[in-house]
Design a protein around this ligand. Structure first.
Ligand code: NAD
Ligand code: MG
Length: 438
């Protein structure tokens, strides 16, 4: 894990005494840790319960009722799905980010289940991320909306199981500092980062060089348009972009996979999680999505984690670390797979990947600006207002128009996030006008 704390009992379960996988943890912080008795049943909050990761998390949790108790479920505005999840999982709290949706959920749920407390808004999300009876928080809200609730979990010293990569992309330094300051645990759920974590040395607190790591090899499927003629990219539709060849995911991350901005965000995510510079991270196209990422060592070894493309594996790993529990995933049949292919990514086809590397190299709030512009551009593409190839154009012009600042505070990050959203909206309006669609 990555962060500030390791549960005493869990640490004693680890295969080696040095197995304290806390990316960036300082040795004096480790010495200060006070051993604590672990609970016999872990309380869990699932932020973004109605999404793709949220549903997979509930599936894994339901397989282990002796080990986990679901304390809170949250969603944006999907009342019907959260209502059904409340009936099935009986959490103590249900939160809808949208206040009207919370009222509708209350009217439906309270006649039968007045015991489930219903909260709303960002305050509700932050509250359930920090409840004393919660040990683990699955951070699976999509986009920048996940930043504040995920930070609340970090500040409350929880085990943060991080799927919401945008939070780290926006505010990497601030987020990592909060994890350490509050002795929280950070476990990567993104399949690639989970694979890297599993393939990393036991202790990287002295840096990757000292640990003998040469490079991180971050695999990418290349999405649905890896081999499509470049001339056809312009006209691809949202449904084509969301038809990922190997993974079933939410629509925003599916479009990010098609542009490979998802991989760009993951390069930035890996830099923060593993204290690496972007130059040390090589993206490797691997169309089968079986090798979830690799770590290359100075002696020439490459360690990899393989598995079926099913997020329940990294979710179960993050929940149970350092133990292993059943996830419901069918094991990989290597004979069926037969071969593994690897290719270099084509930066001409995938300009978003280049932009993400450039933003991380620029530092400060550049990554937050990149992320905000991407969210706005992807939403416009999904709404049929922007061409697929214009997503990268909007992001590039936003990065040129909005100056990055030092990411010294959350306020500084959020201010540049807001400026980037305005600038991206203007670029989209210009693009629509020049296409004659307004
Ligand atoms: P999704 O769109 O399926 O679900 C998103 C969840 O966030 C939903 O529960 C939704 O209600 C909630 N949400 C959306 N907007 C919100 C708001 N403004 N306030 C509060 N809640 C809000 O997305 P997903 O595919 O499950 O992805 C979730 C996160 O996990 C993303 O950051 C994504 O990059 C990351 N991730 C997903 C996968 C995957 O396989 N789906 C893999 C790796 C990482
Ligand atoms: Mg991923």
């Amino acid at each position: 894990m990555i962060g500030g704390r390791s549960r005493a009992s869990r640490a004693s379960d680890t295969c080696s005494p040095g197995r304290t996988p806390k990316c960036g943890e300082r040795s004096e912080e480790r010495k200060r840790r006070v051993p604590q008795e672990p609970p016999s049943v872990y309380g869990v909050t699932v932020l973004g319960a109605t999404g793709s990761i949220g549903v997979s998390t509930l599936d894994v949790l339901s397989r282990h009722p002796d080990r986990y108790r679901i304390v809170a479920l949250t969603a944006n505005n999907d009342v019907e799905r959260l209502y059904q999840q409340c009936l099935t999982h009986r959490p103590a709290y249900a939160v809808m980010a949208d206040a009207d949706a919370a009222q509708r959920l209350r009217s439906r749920l309270h006649p039968q289940h007045p015991d489930i407390e219903i909260l709303s808004g960002i305050t509700g999300l932050e509250t359930v991320a920090a409840l004393p009876q919660v040990d683990y928080v699955m951070a699976a809200i999509v986009g920048a909306a996940g930043l504040l609730p995920t930070l609340a979990a970090a500040r409350a010293g929880k085990r943060v199981m991080l799927a919401n990569k945008e939070a780290l992309v926006m505010a990497g330094q601030i987020f990592m500092d909060e994890i350490r300051r509050h002795n929280a645990e950070l476990l990567p759920v993104d399949s690639e980062h989970n694979a890297i974590f599993q393939s990393m040395p036991t202790d990287i607190t002295a840096g990757l060089d000292a640990a003998g790591v040469q490079r991180i090899l971050l695999t990418a499927s290349g999405g649905p348009f890896r081999t499509l003629a470049l001339s056809k990219l312009h006209d691809v539709t949202p449904d084509q972009a969301c038809a990922h060849p190997n993974w079933v995911m939410g629509r925003k991350i599916s479009v990010d996979s098609a542009t490979m901005m998802n991989k760009g965000l993951e390069v930035i995510e890996a830099c923060w999680l593993f204290n690496a510079t972007p130059e040390r991270i090589q993206v490797v196209l691997h169309p089968q999505s079986v090798v979830h990422s690799m770590v290359e060592y100075k002696d020439g070894s490459i360690l990899a984690q393989l598995g079926s493309p099913d997020m329940r594996t990294p979710i179960a790993y993050a929940l149970a670390w350092p133990q292993r529990i059943e996830s419901g995933v069918t094991p990989l049949n290597l004979f069926d797979i037969g071969r593994l292919d690897f290719e270099r990514p084509d930066m001409t086809r995938f300009p978003c990947l280049r932009l993400a590397y450039e933003a991380m190299q620029a530092g400060g709030t550049a990554a937050a600006i990149l992320n905000a512009a991407n969210e706005v551009a992807v939403a416009a593409f999904l709404a049929g207002k922007l061409k697929f190839t214009a997503i990268a154009t909007v992001i590039e012009s936003t990065l040129a128009n909005v100056s990055a600042h030092a990411a010294i505070s959350l306020e500084a990050v959020l201010a540049d996030d807001a400026l980037a959203r305005e600038s991206a909206q203007r670029s989209i309006a210009d693009a629509m006008q020049s296409r004659g669609t307004t």
